[in-house]
Design a protein around this ligand. Structure first.
Ligand code: SF4
Length: 178
């Protein structure tokens, strides 16, 4: 096995092509499901259960972080009405990457990254700029090398649930309104 890297995972579908790429690049990803932004709790658990399918498929370890939506709401306070991709999302990336950096330190894993860059709807530069605040963050733009399309193909093959909104209640409302 290759060098361990802690992979922050936002959902099962985005983890598929990210894991595939890290394995191709010689890493051994440890999956960290840390997504207090997801609401409600049932949706958080549904996305986690999907990740377990991916982990079993690739034979990888998964670590489940606590769901602390109240703390996440505090972190984005004042930005509830922001449009998706605005400042609330940058604060959200920062929140989850801070927890991942802390977990990597605790586990003695030198490098970490995130599946958030798979989505073609998310600006990878914004994610990298939040990650740069933490030692050990590695820039992987997983949507590159056809990563987004590959995640759709792999998700179909594994029969994964693909949600129609990003994760928080504010993104749900925005998606429902369109
Ligand atoms: S829309 Fe997505 S990235 Fe933005 S704050 Fe909500 S959960 Fe986080």
């Amino acid at each position: 096995m290759g060098k361990r890297i802690l992979l922050h995972v936002c959902c099962g579908p985005c983890s598929t092509s990210s894991v595939e790429r890290l394995l191709q690049e010689g890493y051994e990803p440890v999956l960290f499901f840390s997504d207090s932004n997801i609401f409600p709790y049932e949706e958080f658990m549904k996305r986690y259960e999907n990740l377990l399918i991916v982990a079993r498929h690739y034979g990888l370890q998964v670590i489940l972080d606590e769901w602390n939506h109240e703390k996440w709401l505090e972190a984005v306070r004042g930005h509830e009405k922001d449009k998706e991709h605005g400042e609330r999302c940058s604060l959200c990336f920062h929140f989850n990457l801070a927890r991942t950096a802390e977990k990597a330190r605790e586990l003695g894993i030198d490098e970490f990254t995130t599946t958030l860059t798979v989505s073609r709807f998310k600006n990878s530069r914004k994610i990298f700029s939040e990650g740069a605040d933490f030692e050990g963050f590695r820039e992987f733009d997983f949507k590159k090398k056809d990563g987004f399309n590959r995640s759709i193909i792999l998700s179909k093959e594994l029969g994964l649930y693909r949600q129609a909104w990003c994760g928080c209640e504010f993104s749900r409302r925005e998606a429902d309104a369109t």
